[in-house]
Design a protein around this ligand. Structure first.
Ligand code: HEC
Length: 149
């Protein structure tokens, strides 16, 4: 399911370069794009989890953690001014500093996850995963609309 959404998101991003969408369409595509980033977060969390169990080789945790950290860097520019929509709340733009603190938190937590995965220490990976998960909830609590959609 997550991979289907991700694929749809990527298809939209490719589409941006091909057509000349209206302002509203362009705005919707930004919303779709950042939602696909979120789906990628979820997918890479699952990938690290699979690598910690028997479903995938332990070495895959490193690939997922690095991609995850890359997505967290991309998050910094995924909510440009004028891209209101989806479940994003107005505080993302009115309280920019607070929102960017939450972005920095996931960037730092996923960088720690990369380090833990590279060490191959299961306990360190598990602790880092828990910290990453905390940054998801902390941001959603304030900056994602719980009621709509
Ligand atoms: C800096 C803030 C922030 C962080 C950190 C964050 N999210 Fe989100 N997330 C949002 C916002 C805002 C939305 C709503 C976006 C929209 O609809 O435009 C969202 C939406 C989502 C969605 C729904 C996407 C969709 O298809 O509609 C998922 C799934 C998600 N986040 C997972 C995660 C996971 C997992 C993490 C942590 C690994 C995470 N998020 C970290 C802010 C954040």
């Amino acid at each position: 399911m997550a991979s289907i959404s991700l694929f749809a998101g990527l298809a939209l991003v490719v589409g941006v370069g091909l057509g000349a969408p209206s302002v509203l369409e362009a705005q919707e595509e930004v919303v779709e794009y950042r939602q696909s980033l979120m789906q990628a977060f979820r997918m890479h969390m699952g990938g690290v989890g699979a690598a910690m169990g028997d479903a995938a080789p332990m070495g895959h945790a490193v690939h997922h953690a690095r991609a995850f950290n890359g997505m967290a860097q991309a998050l910094a520019n995924a909510f440009p001014t004028g891209s209101e929509g989806g479940r994003a709340v107005a505080a993302i733009w009115s309280d920019r500093d607070g929102f960017m603190d939450r972005v920095t938190a996931i960037q730092t937590a996923t960088a720690d996850l990369v380090e833990a995965a590279e060490s191959g220490n299961a306990e360190a990976v598990s602790a880092a995963m828990q910290a990453v998960r905390g940054t998801c909830g902390a941001c959603h609590q304030t900056y994602r609309d719980p009621a709509s959609q």
